[in-house]
Ligand binder design. Structure first.
Ligand code: HQG
Length: 182
């Protein structure tokens, strides 16, 4: 992705996941924003973006972070929200036996003590493979991929969801479900 598109992608993440009100935009409960409104709000806030650029960012996003509605009128972030105004009704799904959570080694003591917490986001994010988790963890420091007993959690009543970009979501992960490395 070019630098320009990466910048637009970050801007879209910010307003579609975290602070829509910062540009005066309204998201519906499922996280959808009208694309014309988004462009108007962005431009009025001094951020020059157009329809074509938005479409390009959606299509080329490495993690498929955004989706445009079937009628082409709306856009939303598929996961990663912290804004309380959005509550996406994800379908519950049975996870595979193990899922991975990427984090940094400096968080491990706290994680083993408290479990995985969603922090400012709505959910703890989990990946299907170790490599993806390591890439996520790298954003915070020396990466480590924690192996989570996801199916066992599910069997004990914890809910799992999968966003359109395949990221797995759950509310919290108690430390007893985190496999201790050998
Ligand atoms: C850590 C990116 C101390 C947690 C990625 C993580 C992902 C604890 C950090 C998505 C803790 C939160 C989400 C505890 C959790 N004590 N630290 N008890 N429990 N943590 O960014 O999962 O590029 O909110 O391990 O690819 O890193 O934005 O979550 O290190 O899918 O599209 O607290 O964001 O996607 O960090 O990343 P984040 P995340 P995008």
């Amino acid at each position: 992705m070019s630098k320009k598109y990466a910048e637009i992608s970050k801007f879209l993440s910010y307003i579609l996941r975290h602070e829509p009100q910062s540009v005066g935009l309204n998201l519906d409960i499922e996280g959808w924003a009208n694309i014309n409104d988004l462009i108007t709000c962005a431009n009025q806030s001094g951020k020059e973006i157009g329809l074509e650029q938005i479409q390009q960012v959606v299509e080329t996003s490495d993690k498929k972070r955004f989706v445009i509605s079937a009628d082409g009128l709306s856009i939303r972030a598929v996961q990663g929200h912290s804004t309380k105004s959005v509550s996406i009704n994800y379908d519950e799904k049975t996870p595979p036996e193990f899922l991975y959570h990427g984090t940094a080694t400096r968080f491990l003591d706290s994680i083993y003590k408290e479990g995985l917490l969603s922090g400012s986001r709505q959910y703890v994010h989990l990946s299907q493979d170790e490599l993806t988790a390591l890439t996520v963890g790298q954003r915070h420091g020396k990466p480590v991929a924690l192996k989570i007993k996801a199916l066992l959690m599910h069997e004990q009543g914890f809910k799992f969801f999968q966003a359109d970009n395949n990221v797995w979501l759950t509310n919290t992960v108690a430390s007893k479900f985190i496999l201790q490395p050998d």
